[in-house]
Design a protein around this ligand. Sequence first.
Ligand SMILES: C=C(O[C@H]1C=CC=C(C(=O)O)[C@@H]1O)C(=O)O
Length: 373
Amino acid sequence: MDGGRAAALVEGYQPGSFVLAGPGVTVAAEGSRAVVADTDPDELAAQVTKQLVDTGAPFAVGAIPFSQDTPAHLVVPESARRAGGVHPYRPVEPWVPARPEVTDVPDAAGYRRAVAAAVSALRADHELRKVVLARSSRLLFDEPVRVGALLSGLTATNPLGYTFAAPLPDGSTLLGASPELLLERDGGRVVSNPLAGSLPRGGDPSTDRANAAALLASAKNQAEHRVVVESVVEVLRPFCRELSVEGPSLVGTPTMWHLSTRVGGELVDRGVSSLRLAAALHPTPAVCGTPTWAARAAIAELEPFDRGFYSGAVGWCTADGDGQWVLAIRCAQVRANEMRLFAGAGIMPDSDPAAELAETEAKLRTLLQALGL
Ligand SMILES: C=C(O[C@H]1C=CC=C(C(=O)O)[C@@H]1O)C(=O)O
């Protein structure tokens, strides 16, 4: 029973270990034979492949940060196990913490102001087409955060998502349930599944259906989505013999509706690893904006915190280059009694600051619901 093996990998989570559980593949890794930390995508992929060949380890795991100046954190583990999809999955006993102390950075008014400033910049600057602005929420508990129980709960409630717990170089853990596949490589076949353009789920079935229909019909969200698909296609095209683009269609998480497109291709050169492709795609306009340099500059000016590994990628890669990388979104950085939750929204020239705030509130609920908050 592969589902049972996959569930055991999630339940075997220990502090400091790595788990990524999704609909098709579940991996878990412990210990460290080698760590590769580099900022250059080619170097990173080449060093990881070399370490995998030298050590004979089945795959490397790790995380890529948002910033191009911060090194990635890739680990060649002592033990690495892989199973199939994890669903259907029954969660272990949940962790029910007492209400934490909450500090939002920026606060709601500050986020609306940042969105308004981004809208002005988008209207004034004809080069900048889209920028993703994020906010964070710091939760302080009166006991250490139980990552294993939260990972299990997130896995149970996000059957279409990719649930992860990834150790970071500073000893903290990135924990989340991402709906977005940045890149998967299986032999010569690659798939990316960009999501962008979102509305919160409705509280009752008719509002929920109305929100889904409104999202499909929204010119603003369709334009926001197109920018991401165009960029993914442009990056993957030189690596692929042929590319298929299917979408946009609707994808639902427990808290959000998203526009989704599947981009699939056949690699020209199988020597190009999933890590190399993921690093080439990163950051897509789903987490940064377009053009990348201008969006990065706007983010540096308008976001009052360092994103760290939020809006980077989390995944694994074999010596042959196969692997899976998901966007590090709907996630939190956990350290001892503290969680820092992050959520961002794609800002377009016609964005409404109140609607973007509501969208980030709904995105934060992925983690808040797992905490029973
Ligand atoms: C940046 C995030 O979501 C991205 C992924 C899907 C939809 C998005 C949107 O509609 O804005 C974002 O681009 C986040 O969840 O923090």
